[in-house]
Design a protein around this ligand. Structure first.
Ligand code: HEC
Length: 157
């Protein structure tokens, strides 16, 4: 029993110490996705959907919930944002090659079709990110259409 108490006290101290380290936040100014939007031209509904469901992990700006102030949740979220941005960052669209843009749009379609994105733990906490089938189809349709901009993998109709 004594040892259990000691372990609990040690864990509590670690948890408190963790609060002093805050991962750097992902906070860009407005307009960080302007180049992406101008180029791929999503319809209004799709703009709103990707903003609500994808930007937090795939752009240079995250809307942080209050619990992001609590470690280790803050570490966990920072890791998701870093991993997500590495795979796909709408704020850095202009730096991607044509081939990469085409490929990312293809992957967006695949992720949505399989229901892998947004991540499920994100959907538990973000109601606005739970896309209906119709909304998902709208985003997939836009992604497919936008691929034709890059003229790389024309799919037979
Ligand atoms: C909570 C954070 C989070 C949200 C929200 C999120 N993603 Fe992701 N996404 C990730 C992470 C982390 C990865 C990289 C690791 C992985 O594939 O699981 C990723 C990977 C991807 C990839 C690359 C997959 C691959 O295999 O290369 C695509 C495309 C993608 N996400 C699209 C989306 C779209 C579209 C949305 C919105 C509908 C979205 N994501 C919402 C975190 C997120």
């Amino acid at each position: 029993m004594k040892i259990v108490k000691k372990i609990l006290v040690a864990l509590l101290i670690i948890l408190i110490a963790m609060q002093f380290y805050r991962p750097e936040k992902n906070l860009a100014e407005d307009g960080h996705t302007a180049a992406f939007l101008a180029e791929t031209n999503p319809p209004q509904e799709v703009r709103a959907l990707i903003k609500a469901a994808c930007y937090d992990c795939h752009s240079n700006h995250t809307n942080y919930p209050w619990y992001n102030n609590i470690a280790p949740l803050s570490y966990w979220m920072a890791a998701h944002v870093a991993d997500g941005k590495e795979e796909l960052n709408y704020s850095e669209w202009a730096t991607y090659s044509k081939k990469k843009k085409d490929h990312k749009l293809e992957e967006i379609g695949e992720m949505l079709e399989k229901g892998y994105m947004p991540l499920k733990e994100y959907k538990w906490l973000h109601e606005e990110a739970r896309l209906t089938d119709v909304q998902r189809d709208q985003v997939m349709e836009w992604a497919k259409r936008a691929r034709t901009l890059y003229d790389i993998a024309p799919e037979p109709q």
